[in-house]
Ligand binder design. Structure first.
Ligand SMILES: Nc1ncnc2c1ncn2[C@@H]1O[C@H](COP(=O)(O)OP(=O)(O)OP(=O)(O)O)[C@@H](O)[C@H]1O
Length: 365
């Protein structure tokens, strides 16, 4: 159903020799990742949504507003978007403060409409308070990108478009920025479309996913649903994992273990204490989950959870990937377990079977 809480995007046509044939509808909240291999058309979709690329057979509706259809084409400056590119392009002659306020919509504040996110909050969220009087030339790559994100937010967008905002940064700087993106995502109401070909970023940040290949949308939906769908390439990839949104239940300070609950189970994860009820993202790799017919005792494995096999798929000739539903009824959150075909055969495993999923704590992120 299309309502004012969705982003609807349909773009069908040619860009030179490249054919774009995409259609998806997603909730207009949270972070949606456009994910797929290099050259599959992710940036092209983002540019179409921004109005920077015009494809005649296109439809773009955001939160009930039509930006493009058969009779409408709003130019980019009439679309309330913030755009963050791979490389931060700040005005070199302006201070960080003036870069941040450059696109701020003075007229809406003058009219008494408060922007969704204020200057102080943006500066605080991105940790750039100490940089306000600096020139862009005196910033590190990571600091520049944080300022670029701040500038995009302060234009009071209804949609934030981020095109591989971390890809021009080294691994260490990426790690430095990811927590800021997590904070933005947790604290801001503005929906984010985030282009990436790094699955680690998607696992950490995304609520929803648009999976693309060769100009087409393979699937669109909730991240966990697509990660654990054995018909899609993610579940069968070597690094397949499932991201679960978990609630902090407690902390064992003697051993530094955080207790997290998900639908149908609880996990102990090495992590500092958190506030009870706080949400955390738990990422569980298919290769770190083993299966047992009995709950094993005398094992170093701390997480042993009743579950059921919901379905299974062969991975190549000699491996099997099973989709598990947590809980003795199998109705809880889904996990993936990857194992040898030999283990699958020796234990006589099959769909519907109740058993135990075992996950080492130290394997959890
Ligand atoms: N205006 C255009 N004219 C001709 N070809 C185009 C145009 N825009 C994009 N393309 C082509 O469309 C294809 C998809 O490009 P796009 O940048 O959207 O992919 P991508 O998935 O974002 O890739 P990457 O992850 O490498 O950034 C490429 O082959 C590109 O050369």
């Amino acid at each position: 159903m299309i309502d004012d809480q969705t982003i609807e995007a349909v773009f069908r046509g040619r860009l030179g020799g490249f054919v774009l044939d995409t259609a998806f509808t997603l909730p207009a909240h949270g972070l949606t990742a456009l994910f797929g291999p290099s050259g599959c058309g992710k940036t092209s979709v983002l540019r179409c949504i921004a109005g920077l690329t015009r494809i005649a057979d296109g439809l773009c509706r955001v939160g009930g507003d039509t930006w493009q259809d058969k009779t409408t084409f709003r130019p980019p400056h009439m679309r309330p978007i913030g755009y963050v590119f791979q490389e931060a392009s700040l005005f070199p002659h302006l201070s960080v403060r003036r870069n941040l306020t450059y696109g701020a919509p003075h007229k809406s504040t003058a009219a008494g409409v408060k922007p969704a996110v204020g200057f102080e909050e943006t500066v605080d969220l991105l940790g750039i308070g100490h940089l306000l009087d600096r020139a862009p030339a005196k910033l590190s790559g990571g600091e520049r990108q944080r300022v670029a994100i701040g500038r995009a937010l302060l234009s009071d967008p209804r949609l934030l478009l981020m095109d591989e905002p971390l890809s021009a940064l080294d691994a260490e700087t990426k790690e430095e920025i990811l927590p800021f993106l997590e904070r933005l995502h947790a604290r801001l109401a503005v929906p984010i479309l985030y282009v990436s070909h790094a699955i680690s970023e998607v696992e950490r940040l995304a609520d929803h996913l648009v999976l693309m290949n060769e100009g087409k949308v393979l699937a669109a939906g909730r991240l966990g649903d697509l990660q654990s769908d054995p018909r899609l390439p993610l579940a069968l990839s070597r690094d397949a994992s499932v991201s679960l949104d978990a609630t902090v239940e407690g902390h064992d300070s003697t051993y530094g273990l955080l207790e997290l609950s998900v639908r149908g189970g609880r996990f102990l994860v090495p992590a500092p204490a958190g506030c009870s009820g706080e949400m955390r993202r738990l990422s569980i790799k298919a290769g770190d989950v083993s299966l047992s017919l009995q709950p094993s005792s005398g094992s170093t494995i701390l997480n042993i959870l009743p579950c059921r096999i919901l379905s299974h798929t062969r991975r190549g000739e000699h491996e099997v990937v099973a989709v598990l539903g947590l809980g003795s009824d199998g109705m809880g959150a889904h996990l993936l377990a990857r194992m040898t075909r030999r283990s699958w055969t020796m234990l006589h495993l099959g769909d519907g079977q109740p058993l135990f999923a075992q996950v080492k704590s130290v394997a959890l992120r």
